[in-house]
Design a protein around this ligand. Sequence first.
Ligand code: FAD
Length: 334
Amino acid sequence: MLPVPDARVEVPRSLDEALSLLARAAQQGVRARVLAGGTDLVPNLKRGQERAELLVSLASVRGLDDIGESEGELRIGALSRLARVSAHPLVRDRAAVIAKTAALIASPQIREMATIGGNLCLDTRCRHVNQTGFWRDALGNCIKAPGANVAPPCHVVPGGRHCVASASADLPPLLLALGARVRIVSRDGERTIAMGTLYRNDGVAPLTLAAGELLAEILVPTHGLRAAYQKLRARRAIDFPVLGLAVALRADADATCRQLQVVATGVTPAPRAVGKLDPIAVGQKLDRGTVAAIGARCREGLKPLTTFGDDTEWRRDMIPVLVRRAFAELGFGG
Ligand SMILES: Cc1cc2nc3c(=O)[nH]c(=O)nc-3n(C[C@H](O)[C@H](O)[C@H](O)COP(=O)(O)OP(=O)(O)OC[C@H]3O[C@@H](n4cnc5c(N)ncnc54)[C@H](O)[C@@H]3O)c2cc1C
């Protein structure tokens, strides 16, 4: 079994204390990480693909796992465990698709530990970096691995200088498609931003969170968008998505589309919204032909790389299939 590398662990009793620890670490140039459920961070530390001098555990911080509703928004505290999110009556009533998607993540045991905030802040993944240091060293490391060579290669895009390790969390594409916002806090105050601006297309540093900041809450409008999420993975349990597609839409009673958003995970470092869908979909009846055209546009706009393995053609060919399944789930395209 791989040991967890040495790091100072602090278990603050309040949010203020946690933010002070993070602020002090940022000032002193100490590499700090927030530890929520630890289901991703701890294995990453063990494999040496991530390094931390200080772990700030949120285990004893109260008030970050509330689930409630105000002013037309479902509010989910970042520390809410996925098992609770998927079982919570308010989530199931206002946005059942969030409950359903949370239940697709990992395994029951992991969902009892894993938090929604950790899911939104999940590190990017790649078959080259998600290995032990021993394995990586044999291949010559890569851009994302800490302590990488002076001019580290990318094993996915030979000659590439930009890390393409992929977003692989299930909830971000869905929450983005639903128009969610996130509340971010630090010792200097707080800001609420559109969730899209939390991400950047950089496999090494995929989040725009500044040192000293943490994610406190997710705010999801409950304004009547209908949404579905489809997940592609090797096994129907435990596995991360090698492709995930969220479809959110608004349509008239006669199936005329008024609004459409398709967001993918498992393709690029940030969850990716498919562009140029409005001319195909908006104002059209969501029948079999329109859904097929939407699927074709998504296939054209999303180009999976060999980030997870040599299965890019399969993943690409599955894009229109997942689109069709998502629309069928919503009662369209039949
Ligand atoms: C076997 C296995 C299978 C898995 N399958 C899936 C899957 O199918 N789909 C999927 O999406 N995930 C999967 N995961 C990954 C992981 O379990 C989940 O994404 C989980 O939600 C992460 O939450 P956590 O609380 O454990 O995060 P942690 O591991 O504690 O943290 C993850 C990252 O987020 C940061 N972070 C956590 N909370 C905050 C916060 N409030 N503010 C700022 N930064 C924060 C941490 O610093 C760290 O960088 C799997 C993991 C394992 C081990």
